[in-house]
Design a protein around this ligand. Structure first.
Ligand code: ARG
Length: 470
């Protein structure tokens, strides 16, 4: 079918190869509900300013809702001749209503229409991702109570560094996802700006009311400059960036748990429902979901790259290049939503190998830093204490024993002032208890963080309920 966008100026039909090359219906059909929502608001606004009769707007609204039901029932026939979802819906409306349907596109263009539908779609998708991130945070916080006694080695350079409570690890991820949620919320404010009524690029002579349509669609602001809107894809770029940071965080988590689930680390057992087997090695229980989480991060990073290059160097205002933003945008959301949906149950189902972890804690001199800090508190300059503890660790390494198992004589040989009180600060338990500064790993500090988080997540839940109720 000839596209309604092909005006009387054309004497020739579009070459079929061009239709194939330039269609977007194969992927932008996902915008149907948001396109319809935008069109209904537009028609209502046109009626409110007297451009349409109230009955016409009502007919248009009823017609569009019927089209939505048809699409949802799988009854819409998609065809590349109609290019995109916007033309499909408009054509279906014209087929249904004739001239009344032909009036819908008054005072708008596909440029502001596409931007509006995309913004509405992203707004919903951001809210879904935010909910999934909250669920992952809840999964980690629930673990905190469960794993409250467990101490894990923490690493820098993937070398054993200092001991921490397992809950301290879980809280670290909660913080990362909190920043992600805050970035999403910030980005949502700019996404949630109305472009409708900027029309092709210069506005319109039709007496539209942009504030009215923005209010009907729940937008927080009205974009101020029509040329800007016609060319703007910042909101897609920044959304893709925020999703990329989320993917990076998930990839770190995945990599860490892949390592921890190896025999070499032996810290965790992954829930078997989320693992796969080997077709040849019968003993294998493989962490494929985590590996794919790490691997799919590559696509999310790639999607951001695609979008950045796409937007680079386009002259103002609209250019057809912008149609290419949908697939990377959709793919990043699909990927992140899929990962997050699996992350929460995996976090809940993981089992810490507490005995194996505990029996390994004496390796790696995790108490060396707090021993050094004990000496500092006794009046020794930091650099002197740092050197001295290094020397004593060297002795213990040569003897293959933990610091607490060296005889007092070995300490005194390095420094005559040392006495048996050193044994009061050695050992992993004591080291953990000693880290009392704000945000650190001592049990009371971690308990404070857990309590804060429970409060934050409870406030969160109340907010959602209130928003829904309003
Ligand atoms: N399918 C196109 C897209 O999604 C529609 C853009 C229409 N605008 C235009 N000037 N051709 O971007």
């Amino acid at each position: 079918m000839a596209s309604p966008s092909r005006s009387g100026v054309f004497e020739m039909a579009t070459d079929h190869r061009v239709e194939l090359f330039s269609e977007s219906i194969s992927f932008d059909r996902r915008l149907y509900a948001h396109d319809i929502r935008g069109s209904i608001a537009h028609a209502q606004m046109l009626a409110s300013v007297g451009v349409l009769l109230a009955e016409e707007a009502e007919q248009i609204e009823a017609g569009l809702l019927q089209i939505q039901a048809q699409i949802e029932a799988g009854e819409m026939v998609f065809q590349i001749g109609l290019e995109d979802i916007h033309m499909h819906i408009e054509q279906a409306l014209i087929d249904q209503l004739g001239d009344v349907g032909r009036k819908l596109h008054t005072g708008r263009s596909r440029n502001d229409q596409v931007s509006t539908a995309t913004r509405l779609w992203i707004r919903d998708a951001i809210d879904r991702v935010d909910g999934l991130l909250a669920e992952v945070q809840r999964a980690f916080i629930d673990r905190c109570d469960h794993d409250v006694e467990v101490i894990l080695p923490a690493y820098t350079h993937l070398q054993r560094a200092q001991p921490v409570l397992a809950a301290h690890y879980w809280l670290a991820y909660c913080e990362k996802f909190a920043r992600d949620r805050s970035r999403l919320a910030d980005c949502r404010r700019r996404v949630n700006t109305s472009s409708l009524g900027t029309v092709a690029l210069a506005g319109t002579s039709i007496p539209i009311d942009r504030e009215d349509v923005a209010r009907r669609l729940g937008f927080e602001a009205v974009a101020a400059n029509s040329i800007d809107v016609s060319s703007d894809r910042d909101f897609v770029l920044e959304t893709a960036f925020v999703l990329t940071v989320i993917a990076e965080h998930l990839s770190t988590w995945a990599e860490e748990w892949i390592l921890w689930s190896t025999v070499e680390f032996g810290f965790i057992e992954l829930p078997q429902e989320f693992c796969t087997g080997s077709s040849i090695m019968p003993q294998k229980i493989n962490p494929d979901v985590l590996e794919l989480t790490r691997g799919k991060t590559g696509r999310v990073v790639g999607n951001l790259q695609t979008l950045l290059v796409l937007a680079k160097g386009l002259p103002l205002a609209y250019n057809r290049d912008l149609q290419e933003d949908k697939q990377p945008l959709f793919d990043s959301f699909d990927t992140i939503e899929a990962i997050l949906g699996l992350a929460a149950p995996m976090i809940r189902g993981m089992r810490l190998q507490e005995d194996a972890i505990a029996s390994g804690l004496d390796h790696g001199y995790l108490d060396a830093t707090t021993f050094m800090e004990y000496l500092i508190k006794e009046g020794m300059p930091q650099r002197t204490a740092h050197h001295l503890v290094g020397e004593i660790v060297g002795k213990a390494r040569r003897e293959r024993v933990p610091l607490a198992e060296l005889p007092l004589a070995a300490f005194q040989e390095s420094h005559p002032d040392l006495d048996e009180r050193v044994f009061d600060v050695l050992g992993v338990q004591k080291a953990v208890a000693a880290f009392v500064s704000y945000g650190s790993t001592a049990p009371q500090e971690v308990a404070r963080q857990i309590a804060d988080w429970k409060q934050r997540l409870a406030d969160d839940a109340t907010e959602v309920v209130t928003e829904e109720t309003l």
